[in-house]
Design a protein around this ligand. Structure first.
Ligand SMILES: [Zn+2]
Length: 323
């Protein structure tokens, strides 16, 4: 309800109604509203420069939390790196060293990614550096774990080969060692039992009653089991691989056939006196790359140091061989 306003007219000496044009009123109202709106916008703009809105406060809180979390993640990355370094150190200085593999250099273990920039998508923000650095570290860590894992695969293969090698080469006495006096004659110059001449004896003789079991001294494949080699009589040859062959001569009999696979300790035949032999005994030889070598160094598998000393003494006696 609008109030009616009056004014005093000096000419007519009376009060007269103030007549205002409707259009003018509308104009005033519009101007006032526009000015108010401008002022409000101005105030909001100024305020927004200095005062955070609740939403902005929320976002900035979230951002600082995110920065904190990134820092914490980087700390955990440090710990992961330290743990990996420990494994790498053991890998290089124990495992790889033990199996005679070259250590993996640090440059190879810490190699990054060359070529295109993988981190372009993180660039152009205030936090880009933090995000890029964190991603880079994680990538290098992932790669280092792969390198370490491959190294362990390699070590596992080397270990398996070494185990196979150790199982293959001759390492025990071919007859039971309960009585070392069975070792009758060693490798070296000995008196020939038939001609009585001084002659090189290329193996070791173990005396034992006919029928005493003979054992394979290492894993391998039967290369020969026959009676057709001069002097040896019935004999067996085992190919152990890695250049090693063992030979068992003058057998009474054998219970293996050619190409049969045998394990160390398998019973392969029995002591006899076939071929050029004076009395029942086992003549034992070891070949390395086709050359006959002294079998004395291949009994470490089941002899104590004292027993080995005793055997060594007996083997070096320059007596008469049984051939
Ligand atoms: Zn002999």
């Amino acid at each position: 309800m609008s109030k009616v306003k009056y004014y005093y007219d000096h000419e007519t000496l009376s009060y007269r109604k103030i007549q205002r044009k409707k259009r003018t009123t509308v104009k005033y109202v519009a101007l006032f509203m526009l000015a108010s709106a401008l002022f409000a916008f101005l105030m909001i703009f100024i305020a927004s420069q200095f005062i955070e809105s609740p939403r902005e406060r929320e976002i900035s809180r979230e951002l600082s939390n995110m920065r904190l979390q990134y820092k914490l993640l980087n700390k955990r990355l440090d710990e992961a790196y330290a743990a990996l370094e420990n494994v790498e150190e053991r890998d290089n200085s124990i495992y790889r060293l033990y199996f005679e593999a070259n250590p993996i250099p640090l440059e190879q273990r810490r190699a990054g990614f060359g070529g295109i920039n993988r981190y372009k998508k993180y660039e152009g923000y205030d936090n880009s550096k933090l995000i890029v650095e964190s991603n880079k570290r994680l990538d290098v860590l992932e790669k280092a774990i792969v390198v370490q894992s491959k190294s362990l695969d390699e070590v596992a293969v080397l270990a398996e080969n070494k185990e196979k090698f150790l199982a293959a080469i001759p390492a025990i006495q071919p007859v039971s060692n309960e009585d070392l006096t069975r070792m009758a004659s060693g490798y070296g110059f000995r008196t020939d039992p038939f001609t009585k001449a001084r002659k090189f004896h290329y193996g070791m003789d173990f005396t034992a009653p006919r029928g005493t079991p003979i054992y394979a001294t290492g894993d391998g494949i039967i290369e020969r089991a026959d009676n057709s080699a001069t002097g040896y009589g019935k004999h067996i040859r085992i190919d152990h691989g890695y250049g090693y062959v063992s030979l068992y001569a003058h057998l009474y009999n054998y219970n293996v056939r050619v190409n049969q696979r045998v394990k160390r300790g398998d019973l392969i035949g029995y002591v006899g006196s076939t071929g050029r032999s004076e009395a029942p005994h086992l003549h034992y030889e070891i070949f390395k790359d086709g050359e006959r070598i002294n079998p004395i160094n291949f009994y470490y598998g089941n002899l104590s140091p004292e027993e080995f000393d005793e055997l060594l003494k007996r083997a070096s006696l320059e007596n008469q061989s049984l051939d």
